[in-house]
Design a protein around this ligand. Structure first.
Ligand code: OFO
Length: 164
């Protein structure tokens, strides 16, 4: 059985992951408006990944015989200047999520809740990948600058995720 405090933190993280799914879906819609279908497809898949993260936490809370308490999901930002602006936000958001995960990991250790500590290792590893991917794309966008042809090809590359 997990403690009330850990349950509360995990439930909050369920909400954060659903918010991530919402945010990335909104970003996908922005890319659709901008006619960047590759970026849109990439973000839609990312949104689906976040849904899976939320459900992983949800299942764990249930499995631990604790109470799942779903909370209100905030509306995400829905306006960006350009692709660079979106990926600045994406990278910033992933770093924030890493911080939240680390807080729970840290608290689980304090409580000697080794089961939750062990469960969260998947998220710790996942966050390394999430941050690294967001930064890689951000750097590519910076490299391209105002070059429209570069953006066209990067959009095609982003579409590749939908084919894998
Ligand atoms: Fe983007 O990894 Fe979950 O939130």
């Amino acid at each position: 059985m997990i403690t009330e405090k850990i349950t509360k933190m995990l439930n909050k993280q369920v909400n954060q992951e659903f918010y991530s799914a919402y945010l990335y879906l909104q970003m996908s819609a922005f890319f659709e408006e901008e006619k960047l279908s590759g970026f849109a497809a990439w973000m839609k898949i990312q949104s689906g990944e976040e849904y899976k993260h939320a459900m992983k936490l949800y299942e764990y809370v249930l499995q631990a015989n604790a109470k799942v308490e779903l909370q209100k999901i905030d509306a995400p930002k829905n306006k960006w200047k350009d692709v660079l602006d979106v990926f600045h936000d994406t990278y910033k958001h992933e770093k924030q999520i890493t911080g939240y995960i680390n807080e729970i990991v840290d608290f689980a250790l304090t409580e000697k809740d080794f089961a939750t500590f062990s469960f969260l290792q998947w998220f710790v590893t996942e966050q390394v990948e999430e941050e690294s991917t967001a930064l890689l794309i951000l750097d590519k966008i910076k490299l391209i600058g105002d070059n429209k042809t570069g953006l066209f090809f990067l959009d095609r590359e982003m579409a590749g995720r939908a084919r894998t």
